[in-house]
Design a protein around this ligand. Structure first.
Ligand SMILES: [Ca+2]
Ligand SMILES: [Ca+2]
Ligand SMILES: [Ca+2]
Length: 119
């Protein structure tokens, strides 16, 4: 048992699957962003406690026309080729499934819109 002090936590770290020796962190883990505040993970958040950091990076880019910008044109592409007519669902999910629910719908559009507005 470590001595009490700065930087020690006593909560369940909520590993993904301890019985399978999977020590990656669950999304609710208290270890996320609880490490050294002056160190950073590859996803640019404060470093996590433990060997495997929890990536908080959004996997979906929202850049559906692949021009390097996220703007209203991407929403047009999403609506035209992912909602009105599904050309390639996998491509649509890769670029536009912002809430990771395996479908592309108006909720994802709202997330992109909010992102554009907040930039
Ligand atoms: Ca982190
Ligand atoms: Ca774009
Ligand atoms: Ca979605």
């Amino acid at each position: 048992m470590p001595e009490p002090g700065t930087g020690n936590i006593y909560s369940d770290p909520l590993f993904t699957e301890l019985s399978l020796l999977d020590f990656s962190l669950n999304i609710d883990s208290p270890c996320i962003d609880a490490g050294d505040p002056f160190e950073f993970d590859p996803d640019d958040t404060v470093c996590d406690i433990g060997a495997i950091f929890f990536s908080q990076e959004v996997q979906q880019s929202g850049d559906c026309n692949e021009d390097g910008w996220i703007n209203v044109m991407d929403i047009v592409v999403l609506i035209n080729s992912c909602i009105l007519a599904v050309d390639n669902l996998e491509d649509c999910i890769t670029c536009g499934d912002m809430n990771s629910d395996e479908t592309v719908d108006v909720l994802d559009i709202i997330i992109i819109l909010n992102w554009i507005i907040s930039e």
